[in-house]
Ligand binder design. Sequence first.
Ligand code: SOE
Length: 406
Amino acid sequence: MGRMKKGTHVTDELSAADEPRRLRVAMIGYGFMGAAHSVGWRQAPRVFDLPADVEMAVVVGRNAEAVADAAAKWGWAESATDWREVIARDDIDIVDVVTPGDSHAEITIAALEAGKHVLCEKPLANTVAEAEAMLAAAERAAANGRRAMVGFTYRRVPAVTLMRDLIAEGVVGTVQQVRAAYRQDWLVDPQMPLAWRLQKEHAGSGALGDIGAHIIDMTQFVTGLSVDAVSGTMETIVKERPLLGSGSGLSGTAAEGMGAVTVDDVAVFTGRLSNGALASFEATRFATGRKNGLTVEVSGDKGALAFDLEDLNALHYYDRTAAHDRQGFTKIFATEAAHPYVASWWPPGHMLGYEHGFVHQVVDLVTAIAEGTDPHPTFAEGLSVQRVLDAVERSSEAGSVWTETN
Ligand code: SOE
């Protein structure tokens, strides 16, 4: 079989022994995350030299016509409406789960039991019990060489991976404080309809699980520390919304009638990290004017690092050990070939965007499967985030953070 190597215009003829392994992917779900993951599956083999070939075999959804359109648009060979039939197929190697949280556990566990590798969108599950069952299934499957990964994609923004590497190198010294926030504003409009992300039975929680999960994972990832205790408050600002008419997720349109919002719009919490450092977290869809404002700032005794997703090619570094009159935040443009993931893209200095994290996620998953290693974040890491989400909810329900001022 011929295989085009990136960077050449030569088609190498490989012997059967050299023939790269083929990984055939089934993606379950086809909403916003389906679109993003499809970009990942499509671009990764075209831009990176992967140790296995990737085939976008089938995308699955309940509406036959809509999922067929999605397949044609995004480049999946087939579409199907029954995920159980698809995971039972022998010609599927990887199952990519991009459905709402209420079906993550069922599909993921079934796929692992059917001998597939699994990529599951974040947050791993809607509850700790589901996440524990998923981890147990992943551990059983690991005995047969099957891999499981949770999709905290922002880890793979080059500046974020660089932040992790620099902290591990010791550039900030001892981590003393972390400030993390994920601020969006798409719910400020009270006419925004009651999509699944606003219903606890489908989403598990609101801003907390949807975007708070990202900043919990990112804090643990970049610092190498765990969030061991929290104190939190959650609030639902708009308590009723128009029922969903057409569409879904972030782009749905309203229908007649109102329904109750059963998740949080805002979650604010403090966290105690495993080295004793204090962290503050804010997850909100009511930060008027903030679109995708994920910010993480890590302060240490030797320096500080700060990242902002709205300027995602940059990492800000403050060196406290520099001469006093030369200190100040430096903007590192994480677009050099030496920076994580960058060399395979454009010449130095050319920026990347939101979708590139999804491409890098595929690169890391396929590489781990081919090399027989565990892709990160593992389900154990996904469960650790789930435990933090659960603790924030319990803390908020207990109301323990409130102390009267008079
Ligand atoms: C919606 O709030 C959302 O799409 C999240 O679900 C994603 O994880 C994040 O990447 C962007 O915002």
